[in-house]
Design a protein around this ligand. Structure first.
Ligand SMILES: Cc1ncc(COP(=O)(O)O)c(C=O)c1O
Length: 369
Protein backbone atom coordinates (compact mmCIF):
# COMPACT_ATOMS: atom_id res chain seq x y z
CA UNK A 1 0.00 0.00 0.00
CA UNK A 2 1.41 3.37 -0.90
CA UNK A 3 1.27 6.13 1.69
CA UNK A 4 1.34 9.93 1.27
CA UNK A 5 4.94 11.11 0.83
CA UNK A 6 6.04 14.46 2.20
CA UNK A 7 8.42 16.54 0.08
CA UNK A 8 11.97 15.29 0.72
CA UNK A 9 13.09 18.69 2.04
CA UNK A 10 10.23 18.67 4.57
CA UNK A 11 11.02 15.14 5.74
CA UNK A 12 14.62 16.31 6.29
CA UNK A 13 13.69 19.07 8.76
CA UNK A 14 15.08 18.65 12.24
CA UNK A 15 12.19 19.97 14.32
CA UNK A 16 12.74 23.05 16.48
CA UNK A 17 13.69 22.05 20.02
CA UNK A 18 11.91 24.37 22.45
CA UNK A 19 13.24 25.08 25.94
CA UNK A 20 12.04 22.37 28.36
CA UNK A 21 9.19 23.37 30.67
CA UNK A 22 9.18 20.51 33.22
CA UNK A 23 11.57 18.24 35.06
CA UNK A 24 11.29 14.59 36.10
CA UNK A 25 10.87 15.45 39.79
CA UNK A 26 7.41 16.85 39.12
CA UNK A 27 8.25 19.82 41.40
CA UNK A 28 7.63 23.33 40.09
CA UNK A 29 10.73 23.93 37.97
CA UNK A 30 12.62 27.18 37.56
CA UNK A 31 12.49 27.77 33.84
CA UNK A 32 15.49 29.62 32.51
CA UNK A 33 15.46 28.00 29.08
CA UNK A 34 13.40 30.19 26.77
CA UNK A 35 14.56 33.79 27.30
CA UNK A 36 11.20 34.82 28.71
CA UNK A 37 10.81 37.91 30.88
CA UNK A 38 11.04 37.11 34.62
CA UNK A 39 8.80 40.11 35.34
CA UNK A 40 6.01 38.89 33.05
CA UNK A 41 3.78 41.27 31.13
CA UNK A 42 2.69 44.74 32.26
CA UNK A 43 -0.26 44.56 34.68
CA UNK A 44 -2.03 46.90 32.23
CA UNK A 45 -1.63 44.29 29.49
CA UNK A 46 -3.01 41.58 31.80
CA UNK A 47 -6.03 43.75 32.61
CA UNK A 48 -6.66 44.59 28.94
CA UNK A 49 -6.53 40.91 27.97
CA UNK A 50 -8.84 39.91 30.84
CA UNK A 51 -11.32 42.57 29.71
CA UNK A 52 -11.98 40.87 26.38
CA UNK A 53 -12.06 37.22 27.48
CA UNK A 54 -15.83 37.16 26.94
CA UNK A 55 -15.36 37.93 23.24
CA UNK A 56 -13.59 34.70 22.35
CA UNK A 57 -16.31 33.87 19.81
CA UNK A 58 -15.32 36.88 17.65
CA UNK A 59 -12.53 36.75 15.08
CA UNK A 60 -9.69 39.17 15.74
CA UNK A 61 -9.01 42.22 13.57
CA UNK A 62 -7.32 40.55 10.57
CA UNK A 63 -5.05 43.54 9.98
CA UNK A 64 -4.06 44.20 13.63
CA UNK A 65 -4.90 47.82 12.76
CA UNK A 66 -4.71 49.50 16.19
CA UNK A 67 -1.58 47.62 17.11
CA UNK A 68 0.18 48.49 13.86
CA UNK A 69 -0.65 52.16 14.34
CA UNK A 70 0.59 52.10 17.94
CA UNK A 71 3.85 50.40 16.88
CA UNK A 72 4.26 53.00 14.12
CA UNK A 73 3.61 55.86 16.56
CA UNK A 74 6.12 54.53 19.10
CA UNK A 75 8.91 53.99 16.57
CA UNK A 76 8.14 56.81 14.11
CA UNK A 77 7.13 54.48 11.27
CA UNK A 78 4.59 54.28 8.45
CA UNK A 79 1.80 51.98 9.74
CA UNK A 80 1.23 50.65 6.23
CA UNK A 81 4.74 49.23 6.29
CA UNK A 82 4.20 47.37 9.58
CA UNK A 83 2.90 43.80 9.46
CA UNK A 84 2.09 41.77 12.55
CA UNK A 85 2.71 38.04 12.80
CA UNK A 86 1.97 35.02 14.96
CA UNK A 87 5.21 35.73 16.78
CA UNK A 88 8.11 36.96 14.69
CA UNK A 89 8.61 33.26 13.86
CA UNK A 90 5.72 33.38 11.39
CA UNK A 91 7.27 36.36 9.61
CA UNK A 92 10.71 34.71 9.41
CA UNK A 93 9.12 31.67 7.76
CA UNK A 94 7.13 33.84 5.36
CA UNK A 95 10.22 35.80 4.37
CA UNK A 96 12.01 32.55 3.52
CA UNK A 97 9.00 31.35 1.53
CA UNK A 98 8.44 34.66 -0.22
CA UNK A 99 11.93 34.86 -1.64
CA UNK A 100 13.49 31.41 -1.78
CA UNK A 101 12.62 27.94 -3.02
CA UNK A 102 14.22 24.71 -4.24
CA UNK A 103 17.65 25.43 -5.68
CA UNK A 104 18.08 28.69 -3.75
CA UNK A 105 20.26 29.34 -0.72
CA UNK A 106 19.45 31.10 2.53
CA UNK A 107 22.44 32.36 4.43
CA UNK A 108 22.82 32.79 8.17
CA UNK A 109 25.62 32.78 10.70
CA UNK A 110 26.82 29.60 12.43
CA UNK A 111 25.36 29.52 15.96
CA UNK A 112 22.52 31.70 14.71
CA UNK A 113 18.85 31.38 15.64
CA UNK A 114 17.76 27.77 15.07
CA UNK A 115 14.58 28.72 13.20
CA UNK A 116 16.58 29.93 10.14
CA UNK A 117 17.62 26.47 8.88
CA UNK A 118 14.12 25.14 9.58
CA UNK A 119 12.50 28.02 7.66
CA UNK A 120 14.92 27.37 4.79
CA UNK A 121 14.30 23.62 4.57
CA UNK A 122 10.56 24.19 4.79
CA UNK A 123 10.57 26.01 1.46
CA UNK A 124 13.05 23.64 -0.14
CA UNK A 125 15.94 26.11 -0.02
CA UNK A 126 19.40 25.16 1.23
CA UNK A 127 20.48 26.79 4.49
CA UNK A 128 24.13 27.86 4.45
CA UNK A 129 25.80 28.67 7.77
CA UNK A 130 28.64 31.17 7.36
CA UNK A 131 31.53 30.79 9.83
CA UNK A 132 31.38 33.08 12.87
CA UNK A 133 34.27 34.52 14.84
CA UNK A 134 34.39 34.37 18.64
CA UNK A 135 30.64 33.66 18.72
CA UNK A 136 29.95 36.85 16.70
CA UNK A 137 28.85 37.41 13.14
CA UNK A 138 31.89 37.76 10.87
CA UNK A 139 30.69 40.10 8.12
CA UNK A 140 33.51 39.17 5.75
CA UNK A 141 32.73 35.47 6.16
CA UNK A 142 29.04 36.10 5.46
CA UNK A 143 29.86 38.10 2.33
CA UNK A 144 32.28 35.41 1.17
CA UNK A 145 29.52 32.81 1.59
CA UNK A 146 27.17 34.60 -0.82
CA UNK A 147 26.70 32.75 -4.13
CA UNK A 148 24.57 33.49 -7.20
CA UNK A 149 21.90 31.28 -5.53
CA UNK A 150 21.65 33.33 -2.33
CA UNK A 151 18.20 34.88 -1.93
CA UNK A 152 17.87 35.72 1.77
CA UNK A 153 20.34 36.54 4.56
CA UNK A 154 19.10 36.17 8.14
CA UNK A 155 21.00 38.03 10.85
CA UNK A 156 19.84 37.97 14.48
CA UNK A 157 21.32 41.12 15.96
CA UNK A 158 21.80 40.64 18.87
CA UNK A 159 22.06 36.91 18.32
CA UNK A 160 20.43 34.01 20.11
CA UNK A 161 22.01 31.81 21.54
CA UNK A 162 25.34 33.67 21.74
CA UNK A 163 24.07 37.04 23.10
CA UNK A 164 26.55 38.96 20.89
CA UNK A 165 25.91 41.74 18.38
CA UNK A 166 27.58 43.57 15.54
CA UNK A 167 27.65 47.36 15.45
CA UNK A 168 26.01 49.78 13.03
CA UNK A 169 29.13 50.04 10.88
CA UNK A 170 29.28 46.28 10.41
CA UNK A 171 25.56 45.98 9.63
CA UNK A 172 25.90 48.72 7.02
CA UNK A 173 28.98 47.01 5.59
CA UNK A 174 27.07 43.73 5.37
CA UNK A 175 24.19 45.42 3.59
CA UNK A 176 26.47 47.31 1.22
CA UNK A 177 28.23 44.08 0.26
CA UNK A 178 25.05 42.21 -0.70
CA UNK A 179 23.42 42.23 -4.12
CA UNK A 180 20.27 44.34 -4.12
CA UNK A 181 18.12 41.32 -5.04
CA UNK A 182 19.02 39.57 -1.76
CA UNK A 183 16.64 40.19 1.14
CA UNK A 184 18.52 41.10 4.31
CA UNK A 185 16.43 40.18 7.37
CA UNK A 186 17.58 41.92 10.54
CA UNK A 187 15.99 39.98 13.38
CA UNK A 188 15.96 42.26 16.41
CA UNK A 189 14.06 40.11 18.94
CA UNK A 190 16.31 41.36 21.76
CA UNK A 191 16.70 45.00 20.62
CA UNK A 192 15.08 46.45 23.76
CA UNK A 193 17.77 44.99 26.02
CA UNK A 194 20.71 46.69 24.36
CA UNK A 195 21.59 50.36 24.71
CA UNK A 196 25.16 50.67 23.52
CA UNK A 197 25.40 53.71 21.21
CA UNK A 198 27.01 51.76 18.35
CA UNK A 199 24.02 49.42 18.07
CA UNK A 200 21.47 49.89 15.26
CA UNK A 201 18.30 47.82 15.56
CA UNK A 202 17.55 47.61 11.85
CA UNK A 203 14.65 50.05 11.59
CA UNK A 204 16.98 52.71 10.18
CA UNK A 205 17.98 50.55 7.22
CA UNK A 206 14.49 49.06 6.79
CA UNK A 207 13.15 52.62 6.42
CA UNK A 208 15.30 53.47 3.44
CA UNK A 209 16.55 50.31 1.73
CA UNK A 210 14.53 48.32 -0.78
CA UNK A 211 15.90 44.95 0.35
CA UNK A 212 16.00 45.23 4.17
CA UNK A 213 13.31 43.99 6.57
CA UNK A 214 13.54 44.00 10.33
CA UNK A 215 11.55 41.81 12.72
CA UNK A 216 10.60 42.44 16.36
CA UNK A 217 8.70 40.56 19.04
CA UNK A 218 6.49 41.02 22.09
CA UNK A 219 7.74 37.67 23.44
CA UNK A 220 10.86 38.91 25.19
CA UNK A 221 11.02 42.19 27.15
CA UNK A 222 7.25 42.74 26.75
CA UNK A 223 6.61 39.39 28.47
CA UNK A 224 3.87 38.23 26.08
CA UNK A 225 5.41 35.05 24.67
CA UNK A 226 2.21 33.03 25.10
CA UNK A 227 0.22 35.50 23.00
CA UNK A 228 2.47 35.04 19.93
CA UNK A 229 2.80 38.61 18.66
CA UNK A 230 5.63 39.80 16.45
CA UNK A 231 5.98 42.41 13.75
CA UNK A 232 8.08 43.34 10.77
CA UNK A 233 8.96 46.64 9.10
CA UNK A 234 10.28 47.02 5.59
CA UNK A 235 9.68 48.35 2.10
CA UNK A 236 6.06 48.12 0.88
CA UNK A 237 6.67 45.42 -1.78
CA UNK A 238 8.13 43.05 0.85
CA UNK A 239 5.42 43.86 3.41
CA UNK A 240 2.88 43.20 0.68
CA UNK A 241 4.30 39.70 0.17
CA UNK A 242 4.03 39.04 3.92
CA UNK A 243 0.44 40.29 3.98
CA UNK A 244 -0.50 38.11 1.03
CA UNK A 245 0.97 34.96 2.56
CA UNK A 246 0.23 35.29 6.27
CA UNK A 247 -2.80 33.61 7.84
CA UNK A 248 -5.79 35.98 7.66
CA UNK A 249 -6.39 36.14 11.43
CA UNK A 250 -2.81 35.54 12.49
CA UNK A 251 -2.73 37.59 15.70
CA UNK A 252 -5.35 36.66 18.30
CA UNK A 253 -7.49 39.36 19.93
CA UNK A 254 -5.90 39.01 23.37
CA UNK A 255 -2.48 39.28 21.75
CA UNK A 256 -3.49 42.48 19.95
CA UNK A 257 -4.95 44.22 23.00
CA UNK A 258 -2.21 42.90 25.30
CA UNK A 259 0.55 44.21 23.04
CA UNK A 260 -1.27 47.53 22.63
CA UNK A 261 -1.52 48.04 26.39
CA UNK A 262 2.05 46.82 26.90
CA UNK A 263 3.36 49.42 24.45
CA UNK A 264 1.58 52.10 26.47
CA UNK A 265 3.29 51.00 29.68
CA UNK A 266 6.89 51.90 28.96
CA UNK A 267 7.56 52.26 32.71
CA UNK A 268 7.14 48.50 32.95
CA UNK A 269 9.57 47.97 30.09
CA UNK A 270 12.07 50.29 31.78
CA UNK A 271 11.76 48.16 34.94
CA UNK A 272 12.33 44.98 32.97
CA UNK A 273 15.39 46.56 31.33
CA UNK A 274 16.78 47.78 34.66
CA UNK A 275 16.27 44.33 36.19
CA UNK A 276 18.06 42.72 33.27
CA UNK A 277 20.96 45.20 33.44
CA UNK A 278 21.58 44.27 37.09
CA UNK A 279 21.19 40.50 36.86
CA UNK A 280 22.87 40.02 33.50
CA UNK A 281 25.93 41.73 34.93
CA UNK A 282 25.70 39.78 38.18
CA UNK A 283 25.29 36.38 36.50
CA UNK A 284 28.17 37.12 34.13
CA UNK A 285 30.51 38.17 36.94
CA UNK A 286 29.55 35.28 39.25
CA UNK A 287 29.94 32.61 36.60
CA UNK A 288 33.17 34.12 35.26
CA UNK A 289 34.27 34.07 38.91
CA UNK A 290 34.04 30.28 38.71
CA UNK A 291 36.91 30.54 36.20
CA UNK A 292 39.17 28.25 38.24
CA UNK A 293 36.84 25.48 37.12
CA UNK A 294 37.31 26.66 33.54
CA UNK A 295 33.88 28.22 33.00
CA UNK A 296 33.62 31.32 30.79
CA UNK A 297 30.66 33.50 29.80
CA UNK A 298 30.39 34.86 26.26
CA UNK A 299 29.73 38.61 26.82
CA UNK A 300 26.00 39.16 26.25
CA UNK A 301 23.77 42.18 25.58
CA UNK A 302 20.58 40.12 25.83
CA UNK A 303 18.47 38.57 28.61
CA UNK A 304 20.54 35.39 28.64
CA UNK A 305 24.12 34.23 28.75
CA UNK A 306 26.02 31.49 26.98
CA UNK A 307 28.32 29.67 29.40
CA UNK A 308 31.25 27.65 28.04
CA UNK A 309 32.41 24.57 29.94
CA UNK A 310 35.95 23.15 29.89
CA UNK A 311 34.66 19.65 28.94
CA UNK A 312 37.27 18.09 31.25
CA UNK A 313 36.43 15.04 33.32
CA UNK A 314 32.98 15.51 34.81
CA UNK A 315 32.96 19.24 34.22
CA UNK A 316 30.93 19.21 31.03
CA UNK A 317 27.95 21.22 29.88
CA UNK A 318 25.92 18.02 29.54
CA UNK A 319 26.66 16.92 33.13
CA UNK A 320 25.90 20.42 34.44
CA UNK A 321 22.62 20.41 32.53
CA UNK A 322 21.67 17.05 34.08
CA UNK A 323 22.64 18.28 37.55
CA UNK A 324 20.63 21.49 37.18
CA UNK A 325 17.59 19.58 35.90
CA UNK A 326 17.78 17.27 38.93
CA UNK A 327 17.81 20.40 41.08
CA UNK A 328 14.80 21.87 39.24
CA UNK A 329 16.66 24.43 37.11
CA UNK A 330 15.82 24.17 33.43
CA UNK A 331 18.46 25.79 31.22
CA UNK A 332 19.36 25.09 27.60
CA UNK A 333 22.03 22.67 26.43
CA UNK A 334 22.63 23.17 22.72
CA UNK A 335 24.43 20.22 21.10
CA UNK A 336 22.14 20.52 18.06
CA UNK A 337 23.59 23.95 17.33
CA UNK A 338 27.21 22.92 17.57
CA UNK A 339 27.36 24.18 21.14
CA UNK A 340 27.55 20.92 23.08
CA UNK A 341 30.13 22.53 25.39
CA UNK A 342 27.76 25.37 26.35
CA UNK A 343 24.65 26.08 28.38
CA UNK A 344 22.39 29.02 27.64
CA UNK A 345 20.85 30.49 30.78
CA UNK A 346 18.07 33.09 30.83
CA UNK A 347 18.28 35.96 33.34
CA UNK A 348 15.62 35.19 35.94
CA UNK A 349 14.38 36.87 39.11
CA UNK A 350 16.90 37.67 41.86
CA UNK A 351 16.09 34.40 43.68
CA UNK A 352 16.34 32.38 40.49
CA UNK A 353 19.72 33.88 39.57
CA UNK A 354 21.25 33.42 43.02
CA UNK A 355 19.78 29.90 43.32
CA UNK A 356 21.10 28.92 39.90
CA UNK A 357 24.63 30.07 40.72
CA UNK A 358 24.54 28.28 44.10
CA UNK A 359 23.46 25.06 42.37
CA UNK A 360 26.15 25.44 39.70
CA UNK A 361 28.74 25.93 42.44
CA UNK A 362 27.62 22.67 44.07
CA UNK A 363 27.83 20.91 40.73
CA UNK A 364 31.38 22.13 40.17
CA UNK A 365 32.49 21.19 43.69
CA UNK A 366 31.30 17.59 43.26
CA UNK A 367 32.48 17.39 39.62
CA UNK A 368 36.03 18.23 40.68
CA UNK A 369 36.24 15.46 43.29
C1 LIG B 1 16.60 35.72 17.61
C2 LIG B 1 15.17 35.35 17.73
N1 LIG B 1 14.33 35.69 16.74
C3 LIG B 1 13.02 35.39 16.79
C4 LIG B 1 12.49 34.70 17.86
C5 LIG B 1 11.05 34.31 17.78
O1 LIG B 1 10.28 34.94 18.71
P1 LIG B 1 8.70 34.96 18.62
O2 LIG B 1 8.25 34.05 17.53
O3 LIG B 1 8.25 34.54 19.94
O4 LIG B 1 8.36 36.38 18.28
C6 LIG B 1 13.31 34.33 18.92
C7 LIG B 1 12.77 33.56 20.06
O5 LIG B 1 13.45 32.97 20.84
C8 LIG B 1 14.68 34.65 18.86
O6 LIG B 1 15.52 34.31 19.83
Amino acid sequence: MSIPKPKPWIAGIEAYVPGKASTRSGRQPIKLSANESPLGPSPKAIAAMADIQGQAHRYPDPASTKLRHKIAERHGLDPERVVCGTGSDELLHLLAGGYATVGDEILYVRHGFSVYPIASHRVGATPIAAPDRNYRCDVDAVLQSVTPRTRVVFLANPNNPTGTYIDEGDVRRLHAGLRTDIVLVLDAAYAEYIDTPDYMCGLKLAKTESNVVTTRTFSKIYGLAAERVGWAYGPLPIIDILNRTRAPFNVCSTGQVGALAALDDQDWIARAKAHNDIWLKWLTAEINGLGNYGLAVVPSVCNFILVRFPQLGDCTAEAANTWLLEHDYIVRWLPGQGLGDCLRITVGTEDQCTGLVASLRMFLAQAKQ
